[in-house]
Design a protein around this ligand. Sequence first.
Ligand SMILES: [Fe+2]
Ligand SMILES: [Fe+2]
Length: 292
Amino acid sequence: MAEALYNRLYRRLEPVRWSLADIRFDAIDKAKVSQETLGFVKVNCLLELSSLYATRMFLRDFREDADFCQFMSIWYFEEMRHYLVLCEYLKQFGMEPQPEELPAYDAELKEAPWPATLAMHWCGEVRLGGWYLRWASLVDQEDPVLAGIFRTIAEDEYRHAQCYEDFMHRALETRPELLADFLNTAKWMLVNPRSDKHPTTFAEGSADGLAVSDHIAGYQAFLARLQDTATEEEEARMERRILKTLSRLSGRELQSRADLVRLTREKQRSAAAPAAAPAADPSDSADLPSAR
Ligand SMILES: [Fe+2]
Ligand SMILES: [Fe+2]
């Protein structure tokens, strides 16, 4: 019996974990930090709080998967620490969110099939890693402390993406037909990104039809900065990374979004009509990568 992923991921993440005490809040040159940047950090901080709503959703929708639910304890801890470190940063300026204002941000996420949720959050973590690196370079001159915080969080987000990928890989070992869902969700995340496609901006996923971001005052200014500073190169880098992983998971080399669309249609067709499907192409489900 293979070792639970939680056990493996715990050991993998423990030695690279950073500490709040590592952050040099006392080195911030407050006079150099603009109100615009602080407003951006405040929204960013509240978006990190959304891991609370996501964790409730994960524990509910993945209840059959004890291993994944155990992993949630790591993910939730690390995401809440992103919230905390940004709170502590804002506190230096007297702008941290107050406990009594937090209930207004709460969101109830709708029940959804877990394979799509898993793939959506995997893509979301990859995208977020890229965003944080971009934000770090944008504030490097303004405040190296904030730039360092952003880089530290970026590394966490990329590690989370790797964890989600591991769970997708493990799911395919026993249920290769789930590849159609993973491909379809990744395709959705890549097409028309509008520079803000992330689980926190997904209104259809919330019970009240409002995205997590819709509850946050100042989100429109945050979004404008996100879109104004986005580059095609960053999106292309993310797409390459997603396609590389999906190539590993599918055993089929995907070089473009068109390749992804083609393979998605193919897998959806065979998932919809398994009895009528022709003899499977061995390259479709074979040669899945071994666990790392
Ligand atoms: Fe985060
Ligand atoms: Fe994350």
